[in-house]
Design a protein around this ligand. Structure first.
Ligand code: PRP
Length: 194
């Protein structure tokens, strides 16, 4: 039962949606007169990119890339894999990376290099959540929805073992839920996620 796994709702649905509409207005103003390509980073950004795209009033295309560094565990493997690449070329396009969360920044660094190799006209980042406190790699992030504390967060696309992505809000997970996982992995470099 998901209710038992949730510790606290950190960002309720109405607040999330309000902030997404405001990000959409900022993006619409900043890219006025241009056509934009959203690069939605699956699976986590699925909800955010769908709602953000509808809040942007511009000609826009959406492409998806599937990356994974965390797999099914809450501690990163430290390796970022492109599981499924973009369908279309981003050469000479105005590209906006749409992420659910930037934590250590390692995923974003890999993605940034991957996309820059295709020579977009420009490249910026929009993340719903920024867990700044855990950053290891600094990259410019143009749009941030919310800064979140160093808690394991789930919901609105973010998962633990692929669950909780469908919650319409952002919540912290009870530590007991992933305690067993943490015990098994003790000794590994900790990159907590949600
Ligand atoms: C999550 C999230 C980001 C990344 C951020 O992806 O969607 O892409 O971790 O972490 P970092 O800044 O420490 O690199 P995950 O690998 O969990 O896959 P998912 O999107 O399928 O949940």
């Amino acid at each position: 039962m998901w209710r038992e796994a949730i510790q606290q709702i950190l960002i309720p649905e109405a607040e999330l949606q309000r902030r997404i509409r405001s990000l959409g207005r900022a993006i619409t103003a900043d890219y006025a007169g241009k056509e934009l390509v959203f690069v939605s980073v699956l699976r986590g950004a699925i909800m955010f990119s769908a709602d953000l795209a509808r809040a942007v009033d511009l000609p826009l295309t959406i492409d998806c890339i599937t990356l994974s560094s965390y797999g099914d565990r809450h501690v990163s493997s430290g390796r970022v894999h492109v599981l499924k690449d973009l369908a279309d070329s981003v050469a000479d396009k105005h590209v906006l990376i749409v992420e659910d969360i930037v934590d250590t920044g390692i995923t974003l660094q890999h993605l940034w290099q991957h996309l820059m190799a295709h020579r977009p006209a420009d490249l910026h980042v929009c993340t719903l959540l920024d867990k700044r406190v855990r950053r290891q790699v600094e990259l410019p992030i143009r749009y941030v929805g919310f800064e979140v504390p160093d808690a394991f967060v789930v919901g609105y696309g973010l998962d633990y073992r692929q669950r909780y992505r469908n919650l319409p809000f952002i919540a912290s997970l009870r530590p007991e839920v992933f305690a067993e996982d943490s015990r098994q992995l003790s000794g590994c470099p900790a990159r907590e996620h949600g």
